[in-house]
Design a protein around this ligand. Structure first.
Ligand SMILES: Nc1ncnc2c1ncn2[C@@H]1O[C@H](COP(=O)(O)OP(=O)(O)OP(=O)(O)O)[C@@H](O)[C@H]1O
Length: 257
């Protein structure tokens, strides 16, 4: 379980540009939870993820993942427990490496062996089987460089790479925003599938309001650095995009209905 307690983050403290990006946020994410995160531009969604993953230091509060205290742990150490996928499909894979080299590196993340570029026959077979689950024909292209893949294929591969080391937490920051609608839907369906891995907590930022209510089991709305709505169960099932916009004054220039 992820336990975020009373965290705050202010940029440019003491300057005229001072900005409270995260304001006393407390949040518990249970194992198996798949939380979608929505909110207006500048609400603090990405900053929250950056605080959890260790890209940013928090000013106050604490972050625990199970019994592991992440609060002051450097980003590279947290990455053993946290898988991440960003908006840009070019960010997640090593462009000039083959699909299987990318997988080998991602798979070795949790081991003490360090980077491994090669795969044993057994590992190759394992990855081939797993890749087939993506249903994109990538299992037959394992020796091809990842730069030859389409955006959707690359993002599916990145997602797969983020989960093969069995992280405790998966953080997705608008990971389908740069994809065409078909590819986005496919990657969202895969996300839902991967989020069922035993013991995993998943958090996904999206500007697609419909997807936010459709995927996962819980939706939070952020505003001015705070969590102002936490929807789950029946309340979430009865919520619609129209109601959300009307009730919460969501103003987002990239919002998709
Ligand atoms: N590195 C930074 N330095 C200074 N201010 C920042 C920095 N990162 C974010 N901010 C500010 O903090 C606030 C929250 O930004 P954040 O990127 O978390 O919002 P967001 O909800 O992810 O927005 P969007 O939907 O537009 O991506 C914004 O006012 C932003 O300008």
């Amino acid at each position: 379980m992820l336990k975020i307690h009373g965290i705050s983050k202010t940029f440019g403290k003491g300057t005229i540009n001072e900005k409270v990006a995260i304001d006393d946020v407390t949040l518990e994410v249970k194992k198996g939870d798949f939380i979608t995160i929505i909110g207006s531009n500048g609400a603090g969604k990405s900053t929250l993820m950056n605080c959890i993953s260790g890209v940013l230091d928090i000013d106050e509060g604490s972050i625990f993942l199970d019994d592991i205290n992440l609060t002051r742990m450097p980003e590279y150490k947290r990455s053993k427990f946290i898988g991440r996928v960003f908006q840009d499909p070019l960010k997640g894979t090593a462009f000039d490496m083959t699909i299987e080299e990318n997988l080998a590196i991602a798979g070795s993340k949790n081991k003490s062996l360090g980077l491994q570029k090669g795969l044993s026959g057994k590992e190759r077979e394992y990855f081939r089987e797993k890749l087939a689950m993506l249903d994109m024909g990538l299992e037959n292209r394992m020796k091809q460089k990842s730069k030859l893949l389409s955006g959707g294929q690359r993002q599916a591969l990145t997602l797969f790479m983020a989960v093969i080391s069995n992280p405790k937490l998966l953080l997705l920051d608008e990971h389908t925003a740069a994809l065409d609608p078909n590819a986005a839907q496919k990657v969202l369906a895969l996300t839902e599938e991967f989020s069922k891995a035993p013991g995993l907590c998943t958090m996904m930022i999206t500007h697609n309001m419909k997807a936010a209510l459709e995927y996962g089991n819980r939706t939070i709305l952020m505003k001015d650095g705070k969590v102002v709505l936490d929807l789950i169960g029946e309340e979430r099932a009865n919520m619609s995009v129209e109601k959300l916009i009307a009730q919460f004054d969501i103003d987002n220039d990239r919002m998709l209905l």
